[in-house]
Write a new protein. Structure first.
Length: 190
């Protein structure tokens, strides 16, 4: 099977779809953000995205931000050293695993382009904003912050040209069956 990368805005169902592909179709979940999440968990003791943590800015001022915001800041700041660092780390991780692979955290245009070149099927989950906001509030007990909703990883995900677009309001099981059938097709075209 071809590897599958799922793109979509926050709370569009990326992780839910990936988990069904893992549970029902034998995919192995990989993540560009896995190592970044490990760093945040080690330093701050949590990965609960709505938890508030303190960070010290370069100028010495302290501010409280959510874990989600910290993941966004960390993910982008490391790219100043090497834009492709998370892609390279993903490749290293996958060398020791067997697929088929599914990734639920591809968010940027250049990442999608690199994965397409490597033969990944890019799946976009399209979900109306009111549904995503309601899911976010149900999960975290509050609406997303302005910073979270306007971050590059949210805005740029809509620029990615997927191989297929799926209605994220449909059942994850239905979507997973469709994605698994596409991933198992022989040939270069999807």
């Amino acid at each position: 099977m071809k590897p599958v990368a799922i793109v979509g805005k926050f709370c569009s169902g990326k992780t839910t779809l990936a988990n069904v592909l893992v549970d029902e179709y034998g995919f192995v979940k990989v993540s560009m953000a896995n190592n970044m999440k490990n760093i945040v968990r080690e330093v701050y003791g949590t990965l609960d995205k709505q938890d508030l943590i303190w960070r010290t800015r370069r100028d010495g001022t302290a501010e409280q931000i959510t874990v989600r915001e910290m993941l966004q800041v960390l993910g982008e700041s490391v790219k100043d050293a090497d834009r492709d660092i998370w892609l390279k780390w993903l490749e290293q991780d996958m060398m020791f695993m067997r697929g088929p692979f599914v990734m639920d955290d591809m968010r940027l245009l250049f990442e999608a382009e690199e994965l397409k070149k490597a033969g990944w099927v890019i799946v976009a989950l399209v979900c109306p904003e009111p549904v995503r906001i309601a899911r976010y509030v149900e999960r975290y007990g509050k609406p997303p912050s302005e910073t979270e909703t306007n971050h590059k990883t949210e805005t740029e995900s809509g620029l990615i040209e997927p191989d297929i677009r799926l209605d994220a309001t449909l059942s994850p099981e239905y979507l997973a069956a469709y994605v698994a059938s596409i991933a198992s097709e022989v040939g270069d075209e999807v």
